[in-house]
Design a protein around this ligand. Structure first.
Ligand code: SAM
Length: 217
């Protein structure tokens, strides 16, 4: 199956339109003003960044997709459009304002929004009824996080991913890419120029003997 074709819109679509755009822009900006280090950007990611990041996902093998730092849902709504009808998306954010906004504006039974830290991904995945994630995408400002927190998040992410799964990051600074390169067996990288500011993309693939066996089955 192609990794780029969106799944048919069999389930409720996330709301779009100009009104949601205006509301989300206002909430995002307010989140930035209240906590600039944790939000780390005045504008959400561009469509070009979103499509570039998601192009490497094999949606036919995606049962649980995890998103760190969804903010106002810029990636969330697009992930839901690609996600298979029996897939699940667990979005984790530390900001109650963003969590509340997502819960109120996206009506999709495949989405679970959790108020919490990416550090706790393993327990949050278990609480959502899963043992492993297929993909984890991160919008976290890794360079603003305490180094020990950043290290714990990458270690927990590696542990929660299935063999063959990927940790995907987009960040203005190279911190997330470097942490991924230090932990994952194979890392693809890219650059999103049409983003404010341009950002570094990385896909860390968990590849070990189990992954090779899975692929052969
Ligand atoms: C740069 S914004 C990304 C927003 C959105 N994903 C986008 O691409 O436009 C960073 C987000 O990470 C969240 N965040 C920061 N630290 C976090 C943590 N430890 N766990 C989960 N979310 C966190 C912030 O609240 C914010 O929503």
């Amino acid at each position: 199956m192609s990794t780029r074709e969106p799944a048919p819109p069999a389930l409720p679509k996330a709301p779009g339109g100009f009104l949601r755009f205006l509301r989300s822009a206002a909430i995002f900006f307010r989140g930035f003003v209240e906590n600039p280090a944790m939000v780390a950007s005045v504008v959400p990611s561009s469509q070009a960044t979103i499509e570039a990041m998601l192009a490497k996902v094999d949606w036919s093998r995606c049962r649980l997709f995890v998103e760190y730092g969804p903010g106002v849902g810029t990636f969330t709504t697009r992930i839901l459009e690609y996600l298979p009808p029996d897939g699940r998306l667990l979005a984790i954010d530390t900001n109650p304002r963003f969590v509340d906004f997502l819960k109120k504006t996206i009506d999709d039974p495949r989405l679970e929004v959790a108020l919490g830290s990416a550090e706790d991904v393993e327990s949050l995945v278990r609480a959502a009824g899963h043992s492993r994630a297929d993909y984890v995408i991160s919008g976290l400002p890794f360079s603003s996080l305490p180094p020990e927190t950043a290290g714990r998040i990458v270690a927990a992410t590696y542990a929660v991913l299935r063999d063959g799964g990927a940790f995907m990051t987009y960040q203005f600074r190279p911190t997330a890419k470097e942490l991924t390169q230090a932990r994952f067996e194979r890392v693809d990288t890219g650059l999103a120029l049409f983003n404010v500011p341009p950002c570094i993309l990385a896909w860390g693939w968990k590849e070990n003997a189990g992954a090779v066996r899975d692929a052969a089955e």
